[in-house]
Design a binder for this molecule. Structure first.
Ligand code: FE2
Length: 333
């Protein structure tokens, strides 16, 4: 019989690329090696969902207060390391998940001696990592620094080709501002997120009476115009009718916040002044509960924000209101 243990054994691990604003968390083990949070799957975890295993590792390595939104598996790594206890190298196949810090502080356990939130802009992976971890972190940086392939002037010109209604254009400007503000909050690429908000309903005028077609037409228009596929996809999945679960933080954020701009606009229009300056976070949250107010606004989608992007309704409303106020003149509110 073949000796599997000696010949073909790989450890399987789950790793986390944990982002906080524009930084990435790396941790140093007691042997002095830098690593990503996460680790090997135990034999008794064969049936455990991977996100639960990551939760366990995060609790063990980063302490009990840390909270994050888990994204999708984005990088697969094969790393060989010398195992001190076995006195021989072991091979690890690791699945790297994107994750975004939401709250809490890192409290290392006794297996790690140091942690760093390294700014992504200045991160030189070879300074910390070797082998498969190095390749993995390089791949992560490559993936998260994707260009949008379109500038704002081009986006505005596409919008003008497809939209006449001035209120719809204002909705797009509001979504642009809100997405920019949230990107800043999460430490994501603000220009790219703003562009996603700006273009998200480019086909609405032509599809508003045919909801199943909404964003499919946008997908065609924007793909043809050369917009980066990850932005096109975020726009496509924001129409919940398609039933495609949003995966990336960009997709999730657009999905649950763009409806909120409608509620904030309606909350301004019932003020005597009709100004955003007179709208408070509390008043928007109150209107959120009044189902008869601005009936067209889909509350169920907005209510997913805490789960999907780790922001309370209060926080997401505050950031969105702030963002919309910053362009009051353009919105006429
Ligand atoms: Fe929209």
């Amino acid at each position: 019989m073949r000796n599997l243990a000696a010949k073909d054994l790989y450890f399987v691990a789950v790793k986390m690329f944990l982002r906080r604003k524009n930084t990435l968390l790396i941790i140093k083990d007691v042997f002095g090696d830098w690593d990503l949070p996460g680790g090997r799957i135990r034999t008794n975890e064969f049936a455990t969902p991977l996100n639960k295993i990551i939760e366990r590792k995060a609790r063990e390595e980063l302490g009990l207060t840390i909270r994050y939104t888990l994204g999708q598996a984005i990088v697969f790594m094969r790393h060989e390391r010398r195992e001190r206890s076995l006195h021989k190298p072991v091979r690890i196949f690791a699945i790297g998940f994107a994750a975004h810090w939401t709250k809490g502080e890192v409290r290392l356990s006794s297996t790690h001696s140091e942690f760093l939130w390294v700014p992504l802009s200045s991160l030189r992976p070879q300074q910390y990592f070797t082998g498969g971890w190095l390749k993995g972190v390089e791949e992560y940086l490559r993936l998260t620094r994707k260009p949008a392939d379109m500038d704002r002037a081009q986006a505005i010109s596409i919008i003008n080709q497809h939209i006449q209604n001035p209120n719809l254009k204002k909705h797009l400007l509001a979504a642009e501002a809100v997405m920019r503000r949230l990107a800043e909050h999460f430490g994501e690429n603000a220009d790219e997120w703003a562009l996603t908000g700006l273009l998200h309903d480019v086909d609405w005028e032509k599809t508003k009476d045919n909801f199943p077609e909404h964003t499919l037409m946008a997908e065609r228009i924007l793909t043809e115009a050369g917009l980066a596929p990850h932005i096109v996809k975020a726009i496509k999945v924001h129409n919940w009718h398609h039933g495609i679960a949003p995966e990336t933080l960009l997709e999730k954020t657009l999905f649950c916040v763009e409806e909120l701009t409608g509620l904030i606009t309606a909350a301004a229009l019932v003020q005597p002044s009709k100004k955003l300056a007179d709208v408070s976070v509390e008043s928007v949250l109150k209107k959120f509960k009044e189902k008869s107010f601005a009936k067209g606004v889909n509350r169920d989608i907005i209510a997913k924000a805490p789960d999907m992007i780790g922001l309370s309704l209060e926080a997401v409303t505050r950031l969105s209101l702030e963002a919309m106020r910053s362009i009051s003149p353009e919105l006429g509110l």
